[in-house]
Design a binder for this molecule. Structure first.
Ligand SMILES: Cc1ncc(COP(=O)(O)O)c(C=O)c1O
Ligand SMILES: N[C@@H](CCSC[C@H](N)C(=O)O)C(=O)O
Length: 452
């Protein structure tokens, strides 16, 4: 797949602008997949504005050519745009096809996701739906055996109704992936860390294997767990990256959004065609909210992951089996840190007893019992009962998902308050042996699992 086309010419030089013009006209040809003229919008999402700053700066820094120099990009809350002639031809004609607030967001996303083009849609699942419409009957998809429940559900739907073969394998082992790759592999769909078992997947090795098996195979990575703050999968072999913008990108659980980013303009055109044709582009107001959220991604993620690290260490030191790539005990610690710039803020742990886990979740006060993650508030949940309940119990057992697993999605609160609340919940739930020396997990790994 093509690589990022950052120009080495000085910004504003004629070489740079000629290169840019030809790249853009090639990238955003006027004719769509049916041979019709593309609608005039959205404007190309160019991440290349000359100088590249550190990510923390780029998250905050946006350029706009607003007529009043508004600091905050205006919300163009309109469905349609007046044209100056009967032949149309304005930059925007209809918000389903393009809207200035969404275009601004998409350009900003392309920049921070290391992409040539980014697209914003109405949810993370909407993003995956748009991506999987690149598939054709008879195609094969290779994906993990620990996946977000909604992703599993959509793939199952395609396997049942769309004549798509879906191979679920242990993507932490590239040999297992290799076994099912072949010329019919049209897409490899990866999550890392996986949700909720926090398994790490070697994106570049699997991308190389997939492209060797079929040079046209597309490697799509769900980067929701890390966000562009911690990983840019396009830089390490992925062809498509998508994220639930509902999570870290927005950070406040006040909107639903999905984002997609690609390097290859031809793939970008196909994705845009589906978005315009099916009408799932992100609304102007949600585009504005998401753009606002992205500006604080850096500080939120920094605080969330330092809190998560403390909490993971706290649980591990009290004898719980904790899954978090910030812990040295994570079996793929080195692999994770060879790809990512941080461990993220989602961790899971086991108690050895479903009822004990339930009592912990229900005893917590500061931790909200909610699905989702990436928000400034800390959340606690039981994935098998909640976010992953759409995966049937038999499949969960085959995939070795512990029914007692508790997922913690750490927010920005004071970490000592979070630990106090969790300690109280552990004691109240009877998950720990309390002695004069402190407390220790009742069913610590290696001990006999009892029932309460
Ligand atoms: C890893 C992951 N990918 C995708 C999604 C889908 O995102 P959304 O809820 O925005 O549709 C979710 C959660 O919903 C998720 O956890
Ligand atoms: N009822 C929803 C569950 C959404 S789970 C949200 C998020 N991805 C998480 O992992 O918590 C559904 O059926 O999709």
């Amino acid at each position: 797949m093509s690589s990022a086309s950052s120009s080495s010419s000085a910004p504003g030089s004629s070489a740079a602008s000629t290169g840019k013009t030809s790249m853009l006209s090639k990238a955003f040809s006027k004719v769509d997949l049916d041979g019709h003229d593309l609608p005039p919008s959205p404007a190309p999402s160019s991440p290349h504005n000359g100088r590249k700053y550190a990510l923390a700066t780029e998250l905050v820094y946006t350029e706009s050519n607003d007529q009043y120099n508004a600091s905050s990009v205006p919300i163009y809350q309109t469905a349609t745009f007046k044209q100056t002639s009967g032949g149309g031809g304005g930059e925007y004609d209809y918000t389903r096809s393009g809207n200035p607030t969404r275009s601004h967001l998409e350009r900003h996303l392309a920049k921070i996701m290391s992409a040539n083009r980014a697209l914003a849609v109405s949810s993370g699942m909407g993003a995956l739906d748009v991506i999987t419409r690149l598939l054709r009957p008879g195609d094969e998809v290779v994906t993990g055996d620990d996946l977000y429940g909604g992703t599993n559900r959509l793939l199952k739907y395609l396997a049942t109704n769309g004549d798509i073969t879906v191979h679920h394998v242990d993507t932490t082992n590239p040999d297992k992936v290799q076994e099912v790759l072949g010329p019919k592999t049209a897409m490899v769909l990866l999550e890392t860390p996986t949700n909720p078992l926090i398994k790490i997947v070697d994106i570049s090795t699997i991308a190389s294997l997939a492209h060797a098996a079929n040079p046209k195979a597309l490697v799509a990575v769900d980067n929701t767990m890390l966000s562009p703050m911690l990983l840019n999968p396009l830089d390490i072999g992925a062809d498509i990256v998508y994220e639930s913008g509902t999570k870290y990108l927005s950070g406040h659980h006040d909107l639903m959004a999905g984002v997609i980013a690609v390097q290859d303009p031809a793939i970008g055109d196909k994705l845009f065609f589906t978005i315009n044709a099916s009408g799932c582009g992100l609304s102007p107001f949600d585009s504005w909210l998401l753009l606002r959220g992205i500006k604080t991604l850096g500080v939120r993620m920094e605080k969330q992951q330092s809190n998560a690290q403390r909490i993971a260490e706290f649980l591990e030191s009290h004898g719980f089996k904790v899954r978090y790539p910030g812990l040295r005990s994570h079996p793929q610690y080195d692999l994770h840190w060879s790809m990512a710039r941080g461990a993220g803020a989602v961790l899971s742990f086991e108690t050895g007893d479903v009822q004990v886990s339930e009592r912990i979740v229900e005893s917590a006060r500061l931790w909200g019992i909610s699905v989702s993650f990436g928000c400034v508030n800390s959340l606690i949940s039981m994935p098998c009962r909640m976010s992953h309940a759409s995966i049937d119990a038999k499949t969960r057992a085959e995939r070795q998902m512990p029914e007692d697993i508790i997922r913690l999605c750490v927010g920005i609160e004071d970490v000592d308050d979070l630990i106090d609340d969790l300690s109280r919940a552990l004691v109240q739930a009877g998950a720990v042996n309390v002695t004069l020396n402190g407390f220790h997990a009742l069913n610590a790994p290696g001990q006999t699992v009892g029932s309460s």
